[in-house]
Write a protein that binds this ligand. Sequence first.
Ligand code: TRP
Length: 334
Amino acid sequence: MAVPKARILTGDRPTGRLHLGHLAGSLLSRVRLQYDYETYILMADVQALTDHAERPQVVHDAVREVMLDNLAAGLDPQVVTFVLQSAVPEIAELATYYANLVTLARLQRNPTVKEEMKQKGYGANVPVGFLAYPISQAADITAFRASVVPVGEDQIPVLEQTREIVRRFNRLFGHTLVEPEPLLSPVPRLPGIDGSAKMGKTLGNAIFLSDPPQVVRRQVMRMYTDPTRLHATDPGHVEGNVVFTYLDAFDPDREGLARLKEEYRAGGVADVAVKERLAAVLEAVLGPIRERRAQYAAEPDHVINLLREGTARARPLARATADAVIAAMGMRQW
Ligand code: TRP
């Protein structure tokens, strides 16, 4: 008898097109694992509203872009289930119950939330929905009884909160929820092309999966390298050099890359030569993605249908989990 596959849930906030950081952090893992796990991909439009309350139209429009980016990255719509978060009200229902199991202090201590709040300059004026998004994300994951969550490094603390909520719920009310494991991307977090800690959709330091070749090239040529180096004959630093960080993430020729690093350290390679290599490496990665994206973009109704059908298939699962949670707590007995 076939053993049922373990389930993956992961997703994206639709606030704009996805970039190389998403590809390295999560999309490539999704693609690699899609035939080994039952895979659910969430368009987290409700979570996107937590920092876009006044611009719901941006979120609405971005759902299509994020669907295209996922399909372009190589997710196979024959095996993957795409889910629209706002069309699964059970997620909000679960989040309401979970909210009572989490303290304000714990949310404020979450390093990812803290970092994002700083980036957005919220201070005390943080929207409650934003501060509480780890609770709603726990609902995303548990609603579909996912046991594996492929994420980039930045989402590990958010997943840790999910695990805490699950343990607390199960301890209080009996074993009801599945405790998920993170599956960390083999590629460490990609910095922005300006060397800042994170590539961000709105920070002007990203390379988008849908960028045309000349834009990718221009961004590569703008990249920060080694600020201590003035001439190609000066010994160069590889560590902390953005161009090499990207090569580490995407260059399949590991031996060639190791040789290049040695030469660079010895002062034998110009920055522009390293950038040329990166431009070629990125083109090899992005070329097929761009092509698939164009094919799907030519059939917008088909793409939205995939999302509709997936959501319809997934929702009963979320309903069953919400009913199990309600029953475990002994609510709704009258
Ligand atoms: N918070 C994630 C991000 O910003 C997106 C997300 C929403 C997610 N729901 C999820 C990721 C559930 C993993 C699992 O990228």
